[in-house]
Design a protein around this ligand. Structure first.
Ligand code: SF4
Length: 353
């Protein structure tokens, strides 16, 4: 496991962020928050996919007023994402588990003070969400949209909140390109011990967002930086969670979930492995138990991989073996293999969870 930089621990609802808490995965709904039914449905989908904390956009008063009913129908901690209008933050702070403000666009310091007071009253944290695209004028004029400008903005706003006696803080420093994002987090990390929310913003569709986030978040995680994170994807809700969990697992920052070993296939293959692995990924994405599984196209490497796997499939011609801890438990037609494999994985996950 990587060695994480020690940070202060805060709580977003029941989820600890920072300190020795596992790195949590966040996402956002894309419904109008005022559409309570759709928003709740999206939050439940995210929860099932393995999301730890959910954020909703609050651009209008009707969105802020919908938060109470949403909160009553979900069990994930809820963050309100506020830009431009501090009055929305004041309404949201009465209900949610954390407020995210962008100090560059929330208005005068008097307004920020009011938001801080409201959060203090309910003992909920604030995320200072610095974004390269919306820095305060003074930092924009001095540094431009650079990582230096993002760090200067974060430091200024941290001090502003600290001077008000508020230190229930987490910080994000997002830019739409990897280099500025990584530089900013690396620059700010030695200067305080507040937990960091990682993300590369507006990262694009599934393919590009996965590449950008894997490089950016992966580099930071390998440095031990990061306490909670979001992978931003223009796409389906579950994709953000799946990619985030994969980054955590493959960087060594988390052990939870399935580590799926599958062969690239070659001319020896006599089965539709691509479809099978896709289905396995989909049907096991909610599993948090740390399991190693292998899905191999033929016996050349299958038995060797299966020896190290908790559950494995070795495909043959129209048939295949399901193995548990290296022992064959079933010899089935190809059409039955994935079902049996998933059953075995779920059984083992239940024993471990
Ligand atoms: Fe080819 Fe078999 Fe290796 Fe898969 S396991 S790449 S099918 S030799």
């Amino acid at each position: 496991m990587i060695k994480r930089v020690q940070t202060k621990q805060i709580f977003v609802g029941s989820v600890a962020v920072g300190g020795d808490a596992p790195i949590s995965v966040q996402s956002m709904t894309f419904s109008k928050t005022s559409d309570i039914e759709t928003t709740v449905e999206q939050i439940k989908r995210l929860h099932f996919a393995g999301c730890d904390i959910v954020r909703v956009a609050v651009p209008e008063m009707e969105d802020a007023l919908a938060l109470k009913s949403i909160k009553e129908q979900i069990s994930l901690p809820l963050i309100a994402d506020i830009h431009f209008n501090h009055r929305l933050a004041l309404v949201a702070a009465e209900v949610v588990d954390c407020i995210r403000i962008n100090p560059g666009n929330i208005g005068s310091k008097e307004r920020v003070k009011e938001v801080v007071k409201a959060c203090q009253a309910r003992n909920i944290p604030i995320r200072i969400g610095v974004n390269a695209g919306s820095l305060e004028k003074e930092f924009l004029n001095k540094y431009g949209q650079t990582s230096e400008g993002m760090v200067a903005s974060a430091e200024y706003n941290i001090k502003f909140l600290e001077d008000l006696g508020f230190d229930d803080i987490k910080i994000s420093l997002k830019a739409s390109d990897v280099q500025r994002t990584v530089d900013a987090y690396r620059m700010l990390r030695p200067k305080n011990s507040y937990p960091f929310h990682l993300g590369v913003t507006e990262a694009g569709t599934l393919f590009h967002a996965t590449v950008k986030s894997s490089i950016g978040l992966g580099a930071l995680l390998l440095d031990g930086i990061g306490d909670t994170m979001r992978v931003s994807i223009t796409g389906e809700l579950e994709e953000e969670i799946n990619v985030a969990r994969a980054i955590l697992k493959d960087s060594g920052a988390a052990k939870d979930g399935l580590n799926i070993i599958s062969c690239p296939t070659c001319g020896r293959i006599e089965a539709d492995l691509v479809t099978a692995v896709g289905e396995i990924e989909r049907r096991t994405s909610h599993i948090k138990a740390p399991l190693n599984v292998s899905v191999m196209g033929c016996v050349v490497n299958a038995i060797g991989e299966a020896a190290h796997a908790d559950v494995a499939i070795a495909y043959g011609k129209g048939k295949g073996l399901v193995m548990v801890k290296g022992e064959v438990v079933a010899n089935l037609d190809e059409s039955e293999l994935v079902d049996r494999f998933v059953d075995e994985v779920e059984k083992m996950a239940k024993e471990k969870e």
